[in-house]
Design a protein around this ligand. Structure first.
Ligand code: IPM
Ligand code: MG
Length: 361
């Protein structure tokens, strides 16, 4: 079980260290190798995704990823920005299927900006296509300046594009996930989000998803325009089960969905390719404002490590142990600042990691 550990920038190093600590307590044998990525790699090697880092990731069974980005890189030419590291990893490793669960932890129901009854028991899964769409369309704008901006340009454009096989394979992932969840007691519904009323790409998307859906008669399929989906997510989030959508809409809706739970610091994510090789990262970003202070919430990264054990390393029991340990520390009332509320105990990043280690038993 070879794991590439890529902490990245900002709070990335702090939270990944806690996840590594937890992994090392499981009594399993991992081969872990750490490398620089994002702004940290740019500072050291002049590129956010150096050859050696990419090779390490490609040669591993799984990548444990922290976060990338910092405002100080905003003026860099686009291909050198930290964000390009994660995009490059996704593209080169073929990580087309992005799982972003939005689960409301009962103890944290009060942390949401929505009324408790709207989100109590919320358990939805956003499946975002990750290697197509406008993110990877050609060309990606005119590059006439070196700072990533286009002074004096008259236009800029990006192209939205999906091929049939790209849509088919993500649709299959969504229907299969819905089926698995149904076996565990959910409704068995896929909501495909598009903008078919305006965009040809998404009329095509809708048609292809509908075709694939015929192979899953046990799973209900509905279609929703993205603007309506954004509204329904705050109006009645529990009406969703599995949501499948393209790269750009998925980026936006997954941020929205994660915040419904009030605790983006709790949400893991997985990005998989056809070989079940995966990249696992928290749903939140690098939070440069709190970096280095030891206050970031490591639980999303620790839960991402659990997803890694389940999806890429075939260690479901170990995954469950971690998830149970996280539940336990929450039940003990331990909270990092982002999820703290009156009557609970505020702890720092390392203390939280230590508590999870202890709760593993
Ligand atoms: C995400 C992030 C990335 C994206 C950025 C950092 C490129 O927002 O993983 O959601 O847009 O996909
Ligand atoms: Mg995003």
């Amino acid at each position: 079980m070879k794991i590439a550990v890529l902490p990245g920038d900002g709070i990335g190093t702090e939270i990944v260290a806690e996840a590594v600590k937890v992994l090392n307590t499981l009594g399993l044998k991992f081969e872990m190798e750490t490398a620089l990525v994002g702004g940290a790699a740019y500072d050291a090697y002049g590129h956010p995704l150096p050859e050696a880092t990419l090779k390490l990731a490609m040669d591993s069974d799984a990548v444990l990823f922290g976060a990338v980005g910092d405002w100080k890189y905003d003026k860099l030419d686009r291909p050198l920005r930290p964000e390009q590291a994660i995009l490059g990893l996704r593209k080169n490793m073929g990580l087309f299927a992005n799982f972003r669960p939005a689960i409301c932890y009962e103890q944290l129901v009060g942390a949401s900006s929505l009324k408790p009854e709207l989100i109590s028991g919320l358990d939805i899964l956003i499946i975002r296509e990750l290697t197509g769409d406008i993110y990877f369309g050609q060309p990606r704008g005119r590059r006439i300046a070196t700072d990533g901006h286009f002074p004096g340009a008259e236009e800029a454009f990006d192209t939205m594009r999906y091929s049939k096989p790209e849509i088919e394979r993500i649709a299959h992932v969504a229907f299969q996930a819905a089926r698995k969840r149904k076996a565990a007691g959910t409704e068995g519904r896929v909501t495909s989000v598009d903008k078919a009323n305006v965009l040809e790409t998404f009329q095509f998307w809708k048609d292809v998803v509908t075709e694939v859906g015929k192979e899953y008669p046990d799973i209900a399929l509905d279609h929703m325009y993205v603007d309506n989906a954004a509204m329904q997510l705050v109006k009645e989030p529990k009406r969703f089960d599995v949501v499948v959508t393209g790269n750009m809409f998925g980026d936006i809706l997954s941020d929205e969905a994660s915040m419904l739970t009030g605790s983006i610091g709790m949400l893991p994510s997985a990005s998989l390719n056809t070989k079940n090789q995966g990249l696992y990262e928290p749903s939140h970003g690098s939070a440069p404002d709190i970096a280095g202070k030891g206050v970031a919430n490591p639980l999303a990264t620790i839960l991402s490590a659990a997803m890694m054990l389940r999806f890429s390393l075939n260690q479901p029991e170990a995954a469950q142990r971690i998830e149970a340990a996280v539940q336990k520390v929450l039940a003990q009332g331990l909270r990092t600042g982002d999820i703290w509320s009156e009557g609970t105990t505020k702890v720092g990043t390392a203390q939280m990691g230590d508590a999870v280690v202890k709760a593993l038993g």
